[in-house]
Every structure is written in structure tokens, then in C-alpha cells.
Design a protein around this ligand. Structure first.
Ligand code: NAD
Length: 269
């Protein structure tokens, strides 16, 4: 509990996939859940569903494009009215993928991807800091990806944004130690969501490695990172599932040349 309020989580990209699974998990655990997404109809429908299951006062929903810094300020202020000004967990989850040879995707798509996947996280961390600072044991949890371990062909700009999110997480986790705020990230390999089904599955690597994770698996990891009362000792990076853990360890132990070779072979290059 933060003061007299239940613990609270602000989730971006909450309408579908991993964000939705995290919303369902935290609502079930009795948290106050903020659902934000560009797909307002979907996030309102989810809010109604969770409200019926766990109590209407437990869920807040609204439209937020994470690329819009002003939108962030308004959405966080609205959520804080319900939480008593506190925020236990910021979950920077919203993200998009572009799966194509680099030169074949229009430059505007690369730019929009950076705006959402990287600037969206920067916007969120910046806007949420005052709320996190005033909440004991608070955390920012960022959706990273196994593609941050080595740049992925066909997913180049996406990998670059996730490597940047990983780096931002490391830096802020040290900087915000002074405020008592932990900053952590979650790195899954392929997860069975619309992002993989509609876009990322164009990569040969998906066929080679398979899709072994569910959105609920990722939600389980986010829950483990959010739950303990003491945030001390939590790892900065959390690979999800055995396959990702093996890749994570291998990427650390393997020389760059071999990492490059493995990445190329898995992608059919
Ligand atoms: N699916 C995977 O294999 C996988 C693996 C590693 C990391 N991730 C990361 O997990 C996160 C969630 O991915 P997912 O697989 O659940 O995707 P998804 O496509 O199933 O859901 C993404 C959600 O984000 C919302 N969204 C998109 N742009 C937005 C914006 N500008 N502002 C607010 N909301 C926006 C969408 O409307 C959607 O509801 C992303 O950051 C993604 O990069 C996914």
C-alpha cells in the first residue's frame, strides 16, 4: 500500500498483447490499474471488463499516444487523482515493430517506430519521475527485447530502439537510486501476440526459434519485479523463459564475431 491507497500500476499499450496480460494480472492481484493505449475503444472495453470482475474503482482507462509528451502529463495527472498522487509502477510497454529490409521500409516508419519505442519510454520516465519519487519502493519497468542483445537484420531499427531502452534503463537505475526508484527491464524472445503474428513472423529467425512465450509468461515476470516490498536485489535485466535466458548468457560469453555469425545464420543470411 502507498498511504491509504492500493498499489498502482500505469500501463501503456494496455489494450492488447503483453500490456493487456499485465493489466489482467495486476487487477486480479488487487492493484489499482491504469490502462492507456492509442486504441481507446479497446482499452475502455478492457476497463469495463476488469471493472466488472474486480470493482469499477480499481481501473482507470484513457487514450495515450506515448509519443505525445503533453498527453503523458495529462494522463499521469488523471491517474494520480485516483492514486492519491502516488505511482508504484510505471510499465512502459507500448511498442511497434517494422519487419523489413532496412531500405525497403519508408523512412517515416522508422521515425515513427523511434518515436514510440524509444521516445515514448523517455517521455514516460520523464513525466512519471515526480510521482515515482514520492512513492516508496517504486519502480519503472521497461519492455525491452532479446533483440537488444545483438542487432537483428529485418528488425534493425526496432533492435536499435530496444538496445537504447536497455541502456536508458541501466543509466536511470543508477541515477534514480538517490530517489529510491528502481528502473528495470524485461527481455523476452518471441511472444505470441499480434505483433509477432502480423509483423515479426516475416523474420526467418521466428521460424528457426519458434514462438515459445505467451503474454501471460511475460506478465508473470513483470509481477515478480513489481511485487516484493523491497526493490533491492532485483535484477536490472530480466530475460523471460529458458530459451531467452540461454541466449542472454550466451550473448555475454560469446565473442562478437560468433554472436554475429549465430544471428546471421538464425536469420537465414
Ligand atoms: N511480442 C513479442 O514477441 C515481443 C518480444 C519482445 C518485446 N516485445 C515488446 O513488448 C511490448 C508489447 O508488445 P506486444 O507484443 O504486446 O504488442 P501488441 O501489438 O500485441 O500490443 C501493443 C499495444 O501497444 C499499443 N500501441 C501501439 N502504439 C502505441 C502508442 N504510440 N501509444 C500507446 N499505445 C500504443 C497498441 O495499440 C497495442 O494495444 C512492445 O514494446 C514490444 O516491443 C514484444
Amino acid at each position: 500500500m502507498s498511504g491509504s491507497h492500493p498499489r498502482s500500476i500505469f500501463i501503456t499499450g494496455a489494450a492488447a498483447g503483453i500490456g493487456r496480460a499485465v493489466a489482467e494480472r495486476f487487477a486480479r492481484e488487487g492493484w489499482l490499474v491504469g490502462l492507456y493505449d492509442v486504441d481507446e475503444a479497446a482499452v475502455q472495453a478492457l476497463s469495463q471488463q476488469l471493472g466488472q470482475q474486480y470493482g469499477a474503482g480499481r481501473v482507470v482507462a484513457g487514450r495515450l499516444d506515448v509519443a505525445d509528451a503533453e498527453g503523458w502529463a495529462q494522463s499521469l495527472a488523471a491517474f494520480a487523482q485516483v492514486t492519491g498522487g502516488c505511482l508504484d509502477v510505471l510499465f512502459n510497454n507500448a511498442g511497434v515493430a517494422v519487419t523489413a529490409p532496412f531500405g525497403e521500409a519508408p523512412l517515416a516508419r522508422h521515425h515513427r517506430l523511434i518515436d514510440i519505442n524509444l521516445k515514448g519510454v523517455v517521455n514516460g520516465c520523464h513525466a512519471a519521475l515526480p510521482y515515482l519519487k514520492r512513492t516508496p519502493q517504486s519502480r519503472a519497468i521497461n519492455m525491452c527485447s532479446a533483440s537488444a542483445l545483438y542487432g537483428q537484420p529485418m528488425l534493425s531499427t526496432y533492435s536499435a530502439t530496444k538496445a537504447a531502452v536497455r541502456s536508458l534503463t541501466e543509466a536511470l537505475d543508477i541515477e534514480w537510486q538517490a530517489h529510491g526508484v528502481r528502473v528495470l527491464d524485461v527481455l523476452p524472445l518471441f511472444v505470441n501476440t499480434a505483433m509477432v503474428r502480423d509483423e515479426v513472423s516475416k523474420m526467418k529467425t521466428v521460424k528457426t526459434l519458434g514462438v515459445r512465450l505467451t503474454a501471460e509468461d511475460v506478465a508473470g515476470t513483470v509481477w515478480q519485479l513489481a511485487r516484493p516490498l523491497s526493490a533491492r536485489g532485483l535484477p536490472v535485466h530480466s530475460p523471460v523463459g529458458l530459451q531467452t535466458k540461454l541466449f542472454y548468457i550466451a550473448a555475454k560469453l560469446t565473442p562478437d564475431g560468433l554472436n554475429r555469425w549465430i544471428t546471421a545464420k538464425l536469420g537465414g543470411h
